[in-house]
Design a protein around this ligand. Structure first.
Ligand code: OGA
Ligand code: NI
Length: 355
């Protein structure tokens, strides 16, 4: 084994502890029931207290999940040269790559991205004045030939679950069940096949560095290896999200944080790797149309509880993030905190400084 590129090394304070804390706390929610007050209450508590939960009896057929997992394994098992035939670049933003960085540290993983809609319409550039719209097209490898069918079938099945979860989340916020539906008419959702190879330095590197998901909702399938860690809201401790067979892990993204005016928060998470076993996971990132103006919902804003965020355009946000994967931009790495209305304390401090 050669030397490991230090680009993978996390700063000492972000390195994972190899002794893990079990997250008994991540709520497990059974979706087999019709929406009831009890179910809505469970969703509300989980979103508020954790930002993360697992679901069982979710309606996604097990065979659909097994097919995409098997096809993903076959794809990643190929030599690098084969995988690079569907490599993404600045023009074709979907497909294979193994060079992702999270907060400037390289992630120990390789991925294959595909959008749920093909084509997906997205604003052409991150410049605010540019109104042009682009089409994103999926790239499919020759091998394995059934990868495309498996991905398309999976995307449709998980999309149904994502819509159902958005209905439950709407009810849990006291809104009409279909309140979020229109935002997803021209969705920019995508599915990511993740492969985390065994890592000789699991104490130094991470599969994915700490981050929050920028979209509305993430529906994650993980295999039985485990590695996902969630930052527990109550004490800031990194806790291990234990794999539950056939369950999906759900987390609230930044957009729900803004829509709910912070009733629910997007929670930090990261992925540990290990030196023995490779790991596969498949997040489905449920994202609204590119022209969505993301802002706190008017029903959730009042004089007593004013909007905590200024409106932003989702397409521009997404494009700024994507573009920063390729080059250092003339804009800072974009975060929803940039749209947060200054807190009273900051305003006061500013006022005091003027004196
Ligand atoms: C992600 C992510 C978790 C995992 O891709 O955003 O958090 O377990 N993945 O792969
Ligand atoms: Ni994530």
């Amino acid at each position: 084994m050669g030397e490991v590129d230090p680009a993978y090394f996390q700063q000492p304070e972000h390195r994972p502890k190899l002794e893990i804390v079990q997250a008994q706390g991540i709520p497990l929610i059974d979706l087999s029931e019709q929406p009831s007050e009890t179910l809505v209450e469970e969703i509300r508590n989980a979103c508020r207290d954790w930002g993360f939960f697992q679901v069982v009896n979710h309606g996604v057929p097990l065979e659909t999940r097994q097919r995409i997992m098997a096809a993903s394994k076959e794809f990643f098992a190929q030599p690098l040269d084969e995988k690079r035939k569907v490599r993404r670049d600045e023009k074709r933003v979907l497909g294979y790559y193994d060079t992702e960085h999270t907060k400037n540290v390289r992630d120990w993983k390789e991925v294959f991205d595909l959008t749920v809609e093909d084509p997906t319409f997205v604003t052409a550039s991150y410049h605010p004045d540019d109104q042009e719209v682009d089409e994103w097209h999926n790239q499919w490898p020759d091998f394995p030939p059934h990868l495309r069918g498996a991905c398309e079938e999976y995307a449709r099945a998980v999309e149904k679950l994502a819509f159902k979860l958005m209905e439950l989340i709407a009810l849990s916020l006291g809104l009409r069940a279909d309140r979020f539906e229109d935002f997803f008419k021209d969705q920019t959702s995508f599915v990511r096949l993740n492969h985390y190879p065994p890592c000789p330095v699991p104490h130094l590197a991470l599969g994915v560095g700490r981050h929050k998901d920028a979209g509305a909702l993430t529906v994650l399938a993980q295999d039985d290896v485990g590695g996902l860690e969630v930052k527990r809201k109550s004490d800031g401790q990194w806790v291990w999200a234990s794999p539950t067979p056939d369950a999906y892990i759900i987390n609230v993204g930044d957009i729900i944080q803004v829509w709910s005016n912070e009733a629910y928060e997007s929670v930090e998470h990261r992925v540990m790797v290990n030196s023995e076993r490779e790991r596969f996971s498949i997040p489905f990132f449920f994202n609204p149309s590119h022209y969505t103006v993301v802002e706190p919902l008017e029903e959730l804003v009042s004089n007593e509880s004013p909007a905590k965020y200024k409106a932003y355009n989702w397409g521009k946000f997404l494009l700024t993030r994507k573009a920063s994967n390729f080059k250092k931009l003339d804009v800072e790495n974009i975060q929803i905190s940039h749209f947060r209305v200054p807190e009273l304390a900051d305003a006061l401090e500013g006022a005091l400084k003027l004196n």
